[in-house]
Design a binder for this molecule. Structure first.
Ligand SMILES: NC(=O)c1ccc[n+]([C@@H]2O[C@H](COP(=O)([O-])OP(=O)(O)OC[C@H]3O[C@@H](n4cnc5c(N)ncnc54)[C@H](O)[C@@H]3O)[C@@H](O)[C@H]2O)c1
Length: 283
C-alpha cells in the first residue's frame, strides 16, 4: 500500500514532531487537534524544527517553506476521505483513543491504515471501537521523533499481516527504522525505560540524592544523551505517569513511580511543555 497523504491526530509533544517527519519526506499531512491553542503551538514547533535544519545548512529556506506548507493544521475532518494513513497521537487514555479512532474510521476510506502512537496500551484493546480492527497497528515513535530513528511497529491480535507490512514500508519511506515488536504492556523500549526511571526515583528518595546530581552523572557517563529527570520532563510527566501506571498494573511494583511525579502533576507541573517539572523552563 502506498501512502500519498497522511493525517496525525493530536498536535502535542509527539503529533507535531511526527507530522514534521512526514512532511520532510515530501508527503502532505493533515495535523488535527481539538484545541486551537495546541494546534498553533504544534505548528510553531514544526516551524522551529525546520528553522534549525536551515540554520545547520541541511535544508534551504525555500525547501523548508515547501515542506512546512505540506502540513495542513485543522480542527475538523476536512480532507480525510483521501487520507491513506492516520496516526493517532492523543493523550495516553484508552477510552479517548478508542473514541478518537472510532470517530476517524467513519471519515476515511475502507482501506486506510490506522495507527496508534500509544506508548504502552494494548493495540488490541484500542482497536475494540473499530468496525475493521484488522487495519489498526501500533506505530510507536520516540521523543523527539524529528531526531529518533526507531519506530516500534506492533500488531494487535486482530491486525492483518498486510497492514503490518504496509506500516513497516511507510516507516522506512520516511527514513525511520521500523522494528516489529510483540504486543505486551510497554512493548520493548518503555518497559526498559520505565523500570529504570522507577529505580532512579527510589534511589533519589532512599539516598537523599538531588535530581540535578543524578542527571549530571548520567549525562557525563555518556550512556544516555540526558539524565532521567530531564528526559521525564521532556517526555511529559503526565505521559510518563500514565505509561508507568499501565506497566505497574501489568508487571507489579517494580514500575511504581511513588508519589514524586504525581505531586508535581498535582501542582500543574507536567514537564517542559508546561514550563515546569523537575526543572523550570523559560523561553
Ligand atoms: N511524550 C512522549 O515522549 C511520547 C513518546 C512516545 C509516545 N507517546 C504517546 O503519544 C501520545 C501523545 O502523547 P503526547 O506527549 O504528544 O501528548 P500531549 O498531551 O503533548 O498531546 C496530546 C494532544 O492531543 C490533543 N487531543 C486531545 N483530544 C483530541 C482529539 N479528540 N482529537 C485530536 N486531538 C486531541 C490535545 O489537545 C493535545 O494537543 C500518547 O499516547 C503518548 O503515550 C508520547
Amino acid at each position: 500500500m502506498y501512502v500519498f497523504k497522511a493525517a496525525v491526530l493530536g498536535a502535542g509533544t509527539m503529533g507535531a514532531e511526527i507530522a514534521q517527519v512526514i512532511s520532510l519526506s515530501g508527503l502532505p499531512v493533515v495535523l488535527k487537534d481539538v484545541d486551537e491553542g495546541q494546534l498553533g503551538r504544534g505548528m510553531a514547533h514544526i516551524r522551529e524544527i525546520y528553522g534549525r535544519r536551515v540554520q545547520r545548512g541541511r535544508l534551504t529556506e525555500h525547501d523548508a517553506e515547501d515542506r512546512l506548507a505540506l502540513v495542513q493544521p485543522q480542527l475538523d475532518y476536512k480532507g480525510f476521505s483521501d487520507v491513506d494513513l492516520v496516526i493517532e497521537a492523543v493523550p495516553e487514555k484508552l477510552a479517548l483513543k478508542q473514541a478518537v479512532l472510532g470517530e476517524v474510521e467513519a471519515q476515511v476510506s475502507m482501506t486506510a491504515l490506522l495507527a496508534t502512537n500509544t506508548s504502552a496500551l494494548p493495540v488490541t484493546e484500542i482497536g475494540q471501537s473499530l468496525a475493521r480492527p484488522q487495519r489498526l497497528v501500533g506505530m510507536h515513535f520516540f521523543f523527539p521523533a524529528s531526531v529518533m530513528k526507531l519506530v516500534e511497529v506492533i500488531a494487535g491480535e486482530r491486525t492483518d499481516e498486510e497492514y503490518i507490512d504496509s506500516a513497516i514500508e511507510f516507516v522506512e519511506s520516511i527514513r525511520r527504522v521500523g522494528v516489529r515488536v510483540r504486543e505486551c504492556p510497554g512493548f520493548l523500549v518503555n518497559r526498559i525505560l520505565m523500570a529504570g526511571l522507577a529505580e532512579v526515583l527510589r534511589a533519589e528518595r532512599d539516598l537523599s540524592l538531588e535530581p540535578r546530581e543524578i542527571d549530571a552523572v548520567v549525562a557525563a557517563s555518556k550512556l544516555a544523551p540526558m539524565g532521567p529527570y530531564a528526559l521525564a520532563d521532556a517526555l511529559g510527566l503526565d505521559i510518563a505517569q500514565d505509561v508507568a501506571q499501565t506497566l505497574q498494573a501489568a508487571y507489579g511494583e517494580r514500575f511504581d513511580l511513588g508519589d514524586r511525579i504525581a505531586n508535581l502533576i498535582a501542582q500543574g507541573k507536567r514537564g517542559a511543555k508546561t514550563g515546569e517539572g523537575f526543572y523550570t523552563y523559560t523561553g
